[in-house]
Write a protein that binds this ligand. Structure first.
Ligand code: GLN
Length: 252
């Protein structure tokens, strides 16, 4: 059910996340180790968003095909360095379209967002939450998918000035109340910090000594320093510090 990652730290080639590590995102697209809730491979699209030095708004490259089929990306990823990256590979939930615009990261201004999971009872279960959004946002969803709606719900709160972690936590709470059993691993960055939730899927992080932090559905390396994030947590990370707290009021 999709795999995603975010990196914050000294600039590195995108390939150091996507292709080079033993359990790179490319490998996780065809040989994931910890798929929960259905799905075996992540072949229904991919995306990578990254910040370039001095640029306030990230760039994004996404496609509807499997990551391993893309002949452009290896060279692009080897030549492009960034200090903040968010990337994802997608296993489309049954009934949802396999189109480029359904692949994460979703983006606006400086934000990059990804969802790993599924909203149960989609779309009726979350009709009331959707109806609370400005109609313009509903008419301009990236794709008719649960992930695109979750992004609209998160974005609405970010636009209102909520802290990233608070925005994610609020959306997880509201969606799990409306659609119990939903799997909601959310991942968000603004280039300066990373926020993530766990609700139904795996997530780990690695804080390296050189001021870098990596958050990923599955560890990219055999490094024993990777820490698994418990289910129903909120993670907030900057290169200097990682905090993991329980998502308030959530029971599994
Ligand atoms: N439900 C989302 C989609 O179809 C995310 C899928 C996933 O996590 N596998 O895009």
């Amino acid at each position: 059910m999709c795999r995603h990652l975010a990196y914050l730290g000294p600039p590195i080639p995108l390939a150091d996340l996507l292709f080079t590590p033993p359990h790179s995102l490319e490998r996780q697209s065809w040989a994931p180790r910890d798929m929960r809730g259905g799905g075996t491979i992540n072949a229904d699209g991919f995306g990578v968003g990254w910040f370039q030095a001095q640029e306030p708004v990230p760039l994004r490259y996404r496609r509807s095909a499997a990551l391993w089929t893309d002949s452009t990306l290896p060279q692009l990823a080897a030549a492009t360095r960034s200090g903040c990256v968010l990337a994802a590979v997608r296993s489309a939930t049954v009934g949802m379209p396999v189109v480029e615009t359904a692949a994460a990261p979703f983006t606006e201004d400086r934000w990059l967002f990804s969802h790993n999971g599924k909203v149960t009872g989609w779309p009726d279960s979350v009709a009331a939450l959707a109806a609370a959004l400005p109609v313009r946002d509903l008419l301009t969803l990236d794709a008719p998918t649960d992930s695109a709606l979750l992004w609209a719900l998160v974005r609405d709160r970010l636009r209102a000035g909520l802290e990233p972690g608070k925005a994610l936590a609020e959306v997880v709470t509201a969606v799990r109340a409306a659609a119990p059993g939903s799997r909601l691993n959310l991942l968000l960055t603004d280039g300066e910090s990373i926020a993530a939730t766990t609700a139904g899927h795996s997530l780990s992080y690695l804080a390296t000594g050189d001021g870098a932090v990596l958050v990923a559905s599955e560890p990219l390396t055999p490094d024993a320093a990777w820490t698994a994030v418990p289910d129903l947590s909120l993670l907030v990370a900057a290169p200097s510090a990682v905090a993991v707290i329980a998502l308030e009021g959530q029971t599994s």
